[in-house]
Ligand binder design. Structure first.
Ligand SMILES: Cc1cc2nc3c(=O)[nH]c(=O)nc-3n(C[C@H](O)[C@H](O)[C@H](O)COP(=O)(O)O)c2cc1C
Length: 184
């Protein structure tokens, strides 16, 4: 069993991305244990606050990410990039300098949108940050989930057989990727 932190890039109560994260957790078990790590209460990153005793939510977040074996990002696209709340979480986890909790952890990205492009811009902007954070990110298959409003039923299950099979394959490839690139 592999412990994977799931970072959801939306704070919306009825978020499609959050529903997709839950659906992914169900599809991933038992090989991967996917647990959402909340990012909505993290104060905006400010280096001044990282001297001495950093804010408690930052410390709790860093402590939660540090022991996991891998990270799965499930995110919407905001203005062709990642939502600020997700970027903030990346920044909080990356500091203090030399003590990033992300470093060396294998990662994968699922971008989700009601639109047709499936969050491609967010997916690739996030990849740019993961290069610097030294997180080897699964290359194939890529997961740009467009038209999400028609893909989930009212219980949040994936209502489309093709999408369900694709996501199962994606998770199997992620599992293999984690084994090939174990957290350092
Ligand atoms: C500030 C903002 C910017 C957005 N920009 C994009 C965008 O660039 N591309 C896109 O596909 N959807 C965009 N959307 C629409 C989101 O995909 C949509 O609101 C989606 O439901 C957000 O994900 P969630 O359901 O998980 O909250 C934007 C939404 C907001 C609020």
């Amino acid at each position: 069993m592999v412990n994977v932190a799931v970072i959801v890039g939306s704070l919306r109560k009825e978020s499609y991305n959050r529903k997709m994260a839950h659906a992914l957790a169900a599809l991933a078990a038992p090989a991967l244990t996917l647990g959402i790590v909340e990012i909505g209460d993290l104060p905006l990153y400010n280096e001044d606050l990282d001297k001495g005793e950093p804010p408690a939510p930052w410390r709790a977040f860093r402590d939660r990410i540090r022991p996991v074996e891998a990270v799965l990002f499930v995110t919407p696209e905001y203005n062709r990039s990642v939502p600020g709340v997700l970027k903030n979480a990346l920044d909080v986890g990356s500091r203090p300098y030399g003590h990033s909790v992300w470093s060396g952890k294998p990662a994968a990205i699922v971008s989700v949108s009601p639109g047709a492009i499936g969050g491609f811009g967010a997916n690739h902007h996030l990849r740019q940050s993961l290069v610097f954070l030294d997180m080897p990110a699964l290359q194939q298959p890529e997961a740009y989930i467009g038209g999400v409003a028609t893909l989930l039923d009212d219980k949040g299950n994936i209502a489309n057989d093709g999408t369900r099979e694709f996501l199962k394959t994606f998770l199997q490839k992620f599992d293999a990727w984690i084994k090939r690139n174990p957290a350092r």
